[in-house]
Design a protein around this ligand. Structure first.
Ligand code: NI
Ligand code: MN
Length: 226
C-alpha cells in the first residue's frame, strides 16, 4: 500500500487493490497541507474525532467523491442526519471493509464539533490493510493501555502526535512508542499552528536513542509499505 502524509493528522492510504482512504482530512484551513480538498479523492474517510482540524474537509470530500465516512457512532449519527453515508462503530469494535479491517481504540481527548455539538468519544484507529497494521492514535495524551494495544497487535506503523498542548508532547510520545513498540513511529500533529510547534527530529533522535525506528515524513511525502 501507499501511505502519504498530508500534514497535521491527515494521511492518505492507497491499498494494493486501489482503494483510496483518507484519515482526518484537514486540508483547506491547514497552512502545511500539500493539497487542497478538491485535489483528493476518497472511497472511504476515517475520522478519529469531530474537532475542526480532524473532521476538516471530510464533508466536502465526501460529497465530491461519494465517500463513506467511518467513525464512532455519535459523530456518525450527526453526519448521517446531514445526509452523509456513514459506517458507525464503537470503541473496541472492529469491522471488515472491502479494503481491510478497522478497529477503534480509546483516546484521551475531546470531540465537540465546531457547532459545539457532542460527537461521542474521541478515538484512535487500527487499520489492518494489505497484511500490515497501522495505528493512528488520533489526538490523545499518553495512556497505559497503549501497552495492551501493542501487545495484542503487532503494529507496523504508529502515527502519533508530538505537538503538545492539545495532545502528547515529544517526551510522552517517546514513552508511547515504548509502550506500543511499533516497527516504525511516524510523528504527526505538529507545526500546524504556533501552539503545537515541535521539532520532529528531536522526537526521532529520542526514539532512536531507545533503539526504536522513527520516520519523519515531509508534508506531502508518500512511502510505499510492503
Ligand atoms: Ni482534537
Ligand atoms: Mn487536533
Amino acid at each position: 500500500m501507499k501511505l502519504r502524509y498530508l500534514s497535521h493528522s491527515a494521511f492518505q492510504i492507497t491499498t494494493k487493490g486501489g482503494v483510496r482512504l483518507l484519515i482526518d482530512p484537514f486540508l483547506d484551513g491547514n497552512p502545511n497541507a500539500p493539497v487542497r480538498s478538491n485535489e483528493v479523492f476518497a472511497d472511504f474517510i476515517v475520522l478519529t474525532h469531530a474537532h475542526g482540524d480532524h473532521l476538516g474537509d471530510a464533508k466536502k470530500i465526501a460529497r465530491a467523491s461519494n465517500s463513506q465516512i467511518i467513525c464512532v457512532n455519535e459523530l456518525g449519527l450527526i453526519l448521517e442526519k446531514q445526509g452523509f453515508n456513514t459506517h458507525k462503530m464503537g470503541i473496541g469494535g472492529s469491522h471488515s471493509f472491502p479494503f481491510g479491517k478497522i478497529k477503534f481504540t480509546i483516546a484521551h481527548h475531546g470531540s465537540l464539533t465546531d457547532e459545539m455539538q457532542y460527537a461521542g468519544e474521541p478515538s484512535g484507529v487500527l487499520l489492518f490493510i494489505d497484511d500490515k497494521i497501522i495505528y493512528h492514535t488520533g489526538d490523545t495524551g499518553l495512556f497505559l493501555d497503549m501497552k495492551l494495544i501493542g501487545e495484542i497487535n503487532k503494529i507496523d506503523y504508529m502515527l502519533l502526535p508530538i505537538g503538545d498542548n492539545f495532545t502528547m508532547g515529544i517526551d510522552d510520545a517517546v514513552k508511547a512508542v515504548e509502550f506500543v513498540n511499533p516497527k516504525t513511529a511516524i510523528p504527526m500533529h505538529y507545526n500546524t499552528f504556533p501552539v503545537i510547534a515541535a521539532d520532529p527530529l528531536e522526537f526521532k533522535s529520542k526514539v532512536e536513542q531507545r533503539g526504536k525506528r522513527c520516520k519523519v515524513l515531509e508534508f506531502g511525502e508518500e512511502i510505499i509499505i510492503n
